[in-house]
Design a binder for this molecule. Structure first.
Ligand code: TYM
Length: 338
């Protein structure tokens, strides 16, 4: 098994990232068997596809690395690094640009959402973003990619690129790339905004009240949960009763995911109750689960050089892991002698 996944170092790590992806990274790391390996990275090369401030990006990369360690990523067991220190990601992207089709990229919902009506004004990097994401996983022959639901389409594209490249440039019995499988959690794959049950929780939402950040303190968490949008009905006793009530479903899903239970379990306990009591309980569970993470995060940030050293060491390992595939790709394309 080769597990590979990434996160953009823009803004804070929020509950959606944690429940949809990072918690599974940690679980997969903890269950790794001999001969298998996990690689986790900060997607700082992806972050330049949107307008950004260089000093802030540098700071956010370091802080996101600390946040991942605080969540349980162990740099001695997993390879933890930032893309920019591993030039093979950008190199492989260029090589795959010859295989990726404009039509495939044009269909990406993230591109459509982010570009909106102003496609002409977007950076080329925003359009080609999914090809870099394909390079991120194909470089390491990833077998499993733990992500939230919103990244599924990008991973399907990575599979399409790998398949076309293998068809065009390799023999059936000796493909260059492994087709990666997305690993999407059955529960909490899509945590929604606290202000709007139809929008995903996101670091780009201008309202901080829309998300729980992993570094929010107990008071802030309780305030955000209490202010979360709901409806006037009490909670139902069965899941079917949550249909058409996206905000209620989201809060119950969060509660279930945090307590390792199911939506049915939560409704068994809270069915018939109003949101007042449920929100208090949810705020408490959130504060209890997140406070050790934020304490560890603040501790780690006291030694920024140590985090830099972790990233440098991880990048050296990643460069080594990526080398054979990069070389084979050059060879397959006729750019390097066999
Ligand atoms: P990013 O930085 O937006 O998010 C990181 C991870 O968090 C998940 N996620 C969510 N899950 C559930 N509910 C939500 N509201 C929510 N918001 C975010 C995402 O699905 C993701 O798993 N393009 C990627 C980063 C990336 C990557 C890769 C991922 C770059 N290269 C290669 C996997 C493999 C992104 O912007 O994720």
């Amino acid at each position: 098994m080769r597990v590979v996944s990434g996160i953009q170092p823009t803004g804070n790590l929020h509950l959606g990232n944690y429940l949809g992806a990072i918690r599974n990274w940690v679980r997969m790391q903890d269950e790794m068997e001999e001969g298998s390996e996990c690689l986790f990275f900060l997607a700082d090369l992806h972050a330049i596809s949107m307008p950004h401030n260089p000093a802030e990006l540098r700071k956010a990369t370091l802080e996101m690395a600390a946040a991942l360690v605080a969540c349980g990523i162990d740099p001695d067991r997993s390879v933890l690094f930032n893309q920019a220190q591993v030039p093979a990601h950008a190199e492989l992207q260029w090589l795959l640009n010859g295989t990726a089709r404009m039509g495939w990229l044009n269909r990406m919902t993230q591109w459509k959402d982010k570009a909106g009506k102003n496609r002409e004004g977007q950076s080329v990097a925003l359009f080609a973003y999914p090809v870099l994401q394909a390079a991120d996983v194909l470089l390491y022959q990833a077998t499993h990619v733990p992500v939230g639901d919103d990244q599924k389409q990008h991973l399907e594209l990575a599979r399409d690129i790998a398949q076309k490249f293998n068809n065009d440039f390799a023999s059936d019995d000796d493909p260059v790339f492994t087709l990666p499988d997305p690993f999407i959690p059955p529960q909490a794959a899509r945590i929604m905004s606290l202000r709007d049950g139809s929008a995903k929780m996101s670091k780009s939402d201008p309202s901080d009240m829309s998300r729980i950040n992993l570094v929010d303190d107990a008071d802030t968490i309780m305030k955000k949960v209490k202010k979360a949008k709901t409806d006037p009905e009490p909670l139902p006793s069965e899941e079917a009763g949550l249909e058409g009530r996206p905000e209620a479903l989201n809060l119950v899903t969060i509660f279930a995911a945090l307590t390792d239970s199911t939506v049915e379990d939560v409704l068994r306990d809270f069915g018939g109750e109003g949101f007042g009591k449920f929100k208090s309980a949810l705020g408490e569970v959130l504060a209890e689960k997140l406070s050790p993470i934020s304490a560890r995060f603040n501790e780690l940030l006291k030694d920024r050089e140590a985090i830099d050293a972790v990233l440098a060491k991880g990048a050296a390992k990643a460069r080594e892991r990526g080398l054979p595939t990069l070389k084979r790709t050059y060879e397959a394309l006729g750019l390097l002698r066999h």
